[in-house]
Design a protein around this ligand. Structure first.
Ligand code: PGA
Length: 225
């Protein structure tokens, strides 16, 4: 099972170093199934027992892209794992940029966590599969370092996950078009994680709010690692 924490715009360099230390102390040795995406100013150059990933990057080595982060910046922290397509970034990024980022990350051989997910209106119109298929079109779903996170927008940060039956249906659909590991994300917490991880085709979780405190993140993983 994969456990990924998206810290979003939370934690400073100082507080993330405490977060990382506590997580390392818990993990005790390298664990390939635990990923944390801190804010880029909090990236750490230390060795960790989890994989540190980037929430965002620009598809360039370096260059005249004001405010962006290129490969050179990630390299300095040994980062070769990136999040692409999170709904909070899709607000600023169109499909063309997402494809550019995907292809760039693939060319670098980075691990890609690709987020997809529909809003409530799309779900209620019964158009989820069509919508997801569209988000995935033109992307190489056979890329061996790809992980796909299904994150319905209506469940992110609300405290209420999507219905287990709906998650199962979508993961089942995704498994028919890709062999990549599939995650669920959207208000995963201690009350629902067990059932979510039991859903068929669910290979793990992408957690936001419930992973902001390291002791909560550890608590969620206990028993599953
Ligand atoms: P949440 O965030 O767990 O706070 O819903 C999940 C995510 O945005 O990846």
């Amino acid at each position: 099972m994969i456990f990924a924490a998206n810290l979003k715009c939370n934690h400073t360099r100082a507080s993330f170093s405490l977060y990382a230390k506590a997580l390392n102390d818990f993990l005790k040795c390298k664990n390939e199934s635990v990923f944390v995406f801190p804010s880029s100013v909090a990236f750490s150059q230390s060795e960790h027992f989890f994989t540190q990933g980037a929430q965002n990057f620009y598809p360039c080595i370096n260059g005249a892209f004001t405010g962006e982060l290129g490969k050179e910046h990630l390299d300095e922290f040994g980062i070769n794992c990136v999040l692409i397509g999170h709904s909070e970034r899709r607000v600023f990024e169109d499909d063309a940029l997402i494809k550019e980022k995907f292809d760039f990350a693939k060319a670098q051989g980075w691990r890609i966590f690709l987020c997809v997910g529909e809003d409530l209106q799309t779900k209620e119109a019964g158009e989820t599969s069509k919508f997801l298929q569209n988000q995935l079109k033109n992307l190489d779903l056979s890329y061996e370092k790809l992980i796909i996170a299904y994150e319905p927008i209506y469940s992110i940060g609300t405290g209420v996950s999507a219905d287990f039956k709906d998650i199962a249906e979508v993961l089942n659909f995704l498994s028919s078009i890709t062999n990549s590991p599939l995650l669920y994300g959207g208000s995963v917490n201690e009350n629902n994680i067990k059932e979510i991880l039991n859903i068929s085709h669910c290979g793990g979780v992408l957690i936001g709010s419930a992973a902001l405190r390291v002791e909560n993140f550890i608590h969620l993983m206990k028993g599953f690692l």
